[in-house]
Design a protein around this ligand. Structure first.
Ligand SMILES: [Zn+2]
Length: 567
């Protein structure tokens, strides 16, 4: 470690300048600040750690102290231990474990997943046999005739090597209608009773924009896609209760913080979601900081009330308004300038016209909102940039940090424009690893320009970290592996030119996430004055085989000095 004076090393000056907490010192004035300093007894110190601070001022440390939920000092173990007061300070001896800032997921959909965890059956189980057991168990304690709903199913990761079908479901649950939804959100598998109730037979024609799949023998296979799922919607049980929604947020925040996430950007937030986050926070059950990106109705209500991005507090805050302009990367419907492999006439789908994008961006920009538009393909990214460039030209705002959600397929010209406009892209952080089978339809050449973390960072762009959970896994350790290796589970490497280093990946998943919500002064690094959000890891990611990064255990997650997860 570099030889620094004690003051420099501890960074106490910065802590005092930052006011030792949420504005108390600045409210109290000079005398108050001195008083606060005199009473500086940390509630928590962590010693004997390998601290990766993500702070260029002091990149490595052994220890730090926390007071009033913020980092008070960072430095050497002996010096930090000396700040502890017997009986008043909790001391965590990290025994050589690695500590990083809490991880941030800047594009995720936890509220729906949380509710599903409360009400439905998680089918992310790796085999048809295990899915059958889970469904049968649920059916055994559910009155006959009521729906059994599965979620998080993925056809490409089952031990049996084939997708789930109607017969698998009929075998174990004949007397309840069943649907098992795909984690991608666009298809589901239904049982015979569900088809019977919906009046769908093997000769029912496919509706526009939807499909009932058939076996080789012409029977319904069980799989139903897109709009064909509409006939089942009216049969499914009605809306959730306020209590269920609160419990859903509590549950999903428990799962996500166990993976090391301390901040999550909830994309596409509804009025019900906003209430649920506030309820969970008030009850002390919210275990990550939520940056809520409203859509449609909630956005209109907030704008009418004069609210905009940034309103709230560090636990629950209003984020960017969210729009969506094209199809999906993993489900192969995003709009591109070149076609999909094997489908020469298929360039993907746009869901907004250029005119609509201009209108939406103009209104939101002029009302002071940060904007996040889902745009995967290069055609769509160009259209969104047109709109961002136009509003900054006509109504310049300092540092609006407009975002391109996903921003999957780029090229040098788009990258230049993203940089010039100060736009934040949020490419998927686990997709290269997790969704390997999907990339075949893009081909190796295109994959050199998809989730282009390397090129975006090289251009000086602040790339945000994004899972798009449920479609993508949110685990930050898998994100590190995916970003560093670009290798899928079968060992194929997708777009090797876009690999980044472990140090870069750690920055993307921490401080860059904070920047995407205008909160880099509050979080993203272990720096005196910032919120004490951090994780203890079972191994140092910098010293771990890149192909095994996702196995690193998250031993403890701390939010604002409070332990929210302990393995
Ligand atoms: Zn999304």
């Amino acid at each position: 470690m570099p030889d620094l004076t004690r003051g420099e090393f501890l960074g106490l000056g910065a802590a005092l300048a930052a006011g030792l907490g949420a504005g108390c010192a600045s409210d109290l004035g000079e005398a108050g600040a001195r008083q606060a300093a005199a009473a500086s007894v940390p509630e928590l110190v962590v010693v004997n750690a390998r601290v990766i601070t993500i702070d260029d001022g002091l990149p490595e440390a052994e220890a730090f102290a926390v007071q009033d939920g913020r980092f008070l000092a960072v430095g050497r173990s002996a010096e930090i231990r000396a700040l502890a007061a017997a009986g008043r300070t909790e001391v965590i001896d990290a025994a050589g474990m690695t500590v990083t800032p809490g991880f941030i997921d800047a594009h995720s959909h936890p509220s729906g997943a949380g509710l599903a965890e409360i009400r439905n059956v998680n089918c992310n189980l790796g085999s048809i046999a295990r899915i059958q057991v889970a469904l049968r168990e649920r059916a055994a304690r559910t009155p006959k005739g009521e729906w059994i709903i599965g979620f998080m199913y993925d056809d490409t990761r089952l031990e049996e090597g084939r997708p789930l079908n109607r017969r698998d479901l009929d075998e174990v649950v004949p007397d309840h209608p069943v649907v098992v939804g795909h984690r991608g959100g666009h298809t589901g598998v239904y049982n015979a009773l569900a088809f019977r109730l919906a009046g769908v037979t093997k000769s029912t024609p496919d509706p526009d924009g939807g499909r009932f799949y058939h076996d080789d023998d012409g029977e319904l296979s069980g799989k139903v896609a897109e709009r064909a799922r509409g006939v089942f919607s009216r049969l499914l049980p009605g809306g959730s209760t306020r209590d269920e929604r609160q419990a859903g947020i509590a549950r999903i925040s428990q799962l996500m913080c166990a993976a090391g996430l301390t901040s999550v950007h909830q994309t596409g937030t509804s009025v019900d979601d906003l209430v649920a986050y506030q309820d969970a926070a008030a009850a002390g059950e919210l275990r990550f900081r939520a940056y809520l990106l409203p859509r449609g109705g909630l956005y209109d209500h907030l704008t009418a009330a004069g609210l905009r991005t940034g309103f709230g507090d560090p636990l629950v805050r209003i984020g960017a308004v969210k729009f969506s302009a094209d199809g999906s990367a993993s489900e192969r419907t995003m709009r591109m300038s070149t076609p999909y492999v094997g489908r020469p006439d298929d360039f993907g789908i746009l869901t907004m016209s250029q005119e609509e994008i201009h209108e939406a961006v103009e209104q939101a920009h002029r009302n002071g909102w940060q904007i996040g538009i889902h745009a995967n393909g290069d055609v769509t990214i160009d259209m969104v940039l047109n709109a961002y460039e136009r509003v900054q030209e006509l109504w310049p705002r300092p540092d609006p940090r407009h975002r391109i959600e996903h921003c999957s397929l780029v090229n040098p010209d788009l990258i230049r424009r993203i940089r010039a406009a100060g736009v934040i892209p949020t490419p998927f952080y686990t997709y290269a690893h997790y969704h390997g089978d999907k990339w075949v339809e893009y081909g190796p050449e295109k994959m050199e320009w998809m989730f282009a973390h390397r090129s975006l960072l090289d251009a000086g762009i602040t790339v945000g970290p994004a899972s798009d959970f449920m479609p993508g896994p949110y685990e930050p350790m898998m994100a590190l592996q995916s970003l560093v290796t670009r290798k899928d589970e079968k060992g194929r490497v997708w777009g090797p030119s876009q690999r980044i280093t472990i140090e870069e990946a750690l920055r993307v998943c921490t401080v860059n996430g904070a920047f995407a919500s205008f909160e880099e002064h509050l979080k993203g690094s272990i720096t005196p004055g910032k919120l004490a959000d951090f994780v203890l890891l079972g191994a140092d990611p910098r010293a771990t085989d890149p192909d095994r990064l996702k196995e690193i255990p998250v031993v403890r997650t701390v939010l604002g000095g409070r332990t929210v997860h302990e393995a």
